[in-house]
Design a protein around this ligand. Structure first.
Ligand code: SF4
Length: 331
């Protein structure tokens, strides 16, 4: 069994520090996930990532504290107003603080993500950020995951205690969503201008996405200087319009994670690679960051994702240990 010669030449160059192009990224993505080329890609990404991040695994926590049928109408999301079964609900301050304490008490959490909807009450988000900031360890990062915002709001979020924001243009943004990709890009610019860390991801990957589409989206995160890159597959929500396409395997997700890793490792701002949802194949293919989740989760149809799709902190630590990470972040 022999691997493709052009592929092997490229992998050798990457191991010598070569920064691949968007076209070469698409080339790596076009091999089947069960191929020898895919296995080599995952292995090389794993070794290079462990070298860059000193074989350190990071655990993140996410609290989805607001939910309402969302006008973003993303055709893959369990919260789209077109097909959701969720009703408007909001976690109380007490419950948010209890969840934040639960996530951070052990000192094992690198960052806490606070998630609301595309349409959100900015004053409430500011309040939640400031409230959580005042209660959790100063070293624990706060990452907000909300809809679009302007530069003034980005600065206010930072002043309230946020360290970063998760934001991206999704695959087929504006086609499989009603959102404007240009406005999403503007918000990414506001995050960078306010000196918040940009958490980015290639998502939500489905079987229908081409290597070229994924490569374009992967490189956008690199071009913006993301603090975290990663890959997330679309989880099949049976009531959603994209359910007809099915979902990719964890093995394909691991392959994409590996290609993200090989594409992004030389990005100077990059501090970690995530894979969503957490799985062993992904964290042995370049990813070193996984998320525990509680509250609302757009990939889940349960109102409380912990105990359902969402893992807890000790599950995440166990998974990282099983994957051979010799160090886990600890305050
Ligand atoms: S992915 Fe986000 S913006 Fe899209 S429908 Fe779901 S909650 Fe709304």
């Amino acid at each position: 069994m022999k691997a493709d010669k052009n592929f092997l030449d490229l992998i050798e160059k990457i191991q010598s520090g070569y920064q691949i192009t968007q076209q070469e990224c698409a080339f790596l993505l076009q091999f089947p996930e069960t191929s020898l080329e895919s296995a080599i890609t995952r292995g090389v990404a794993d070794v290079m990532s462990r070298e860059k991040f000193d074989n350190t695994g990071l655990v993140f926590g996410q609290i989805g504290f607001e939910v309402s049928p969302c006008p973003g109408k993303c055709k893959f999301c369990s919260i789209s107003e077109e097909h959701t079964q969720f009703e408007k609900a909001s976690m109380s301050d007490e419950n948010i603080l209890a969840s934040a304490d639960n996530f951070t008490a052990s000192g094992d959490l690198f960052a806490l993500a606070l998630m609301a909807m595309h349409n959100y009450d900015f004053e409430r988000v500011l309040h939640v950020v400031a409230m959580v900031r005042s209660k959790i360890p100063a070293q624990t990062q706060i990452v907000i995951n909300i809809g679009d915002f302007d530069l003034t709001q980005a600065k206010e979020l930072k002043a309230a205690g946020a360290n970063g924001a998760y934001h991206l243009t999704r695959l087929r943004e504006g086609i499989d969503t009603t959102l404007d990709p240009e406005i999403r890009k503007q918000t990414m610019g506001h995050i960078k201008q306010a000196r918040l860390d940009l958490y980015y991801c290639c998502e939500p990957i489905g079987p229908e996405h081409t290597p070229e589409e994924m490569a374009e989206q992967i490189f956008r995160g690199i071009d913006y200087g993301c603090f975290q890159h990663g890959a997330m597959r679309r989880v099949l929500i049976p009531t959603s319009p994209l359910a007809k396409y099915g979902q990719i395997s964890e093995l394909r997700l691991a392959q994409v994670t590996a290609v993200v890793t090989l594409s992004a490792l030389s990005c100077t701002e990059l501090k970690s690679i995530g894979v969503h949802e957490p799985n062993l194949l992904g964290i042995t293919a370049g990813a070193n960051a996984i998320y525990a989740e509680t509250g609302i989760n757009p990939r889940d149809t349960e109102k409380e994702t912990s105990g359902h799709r969402g893992l807890d902190i000790s599950d995440c630590k166990q998974m990282l240990t099983e994957a051979g990470f010799s160090k886990l972040f600890h305050i």
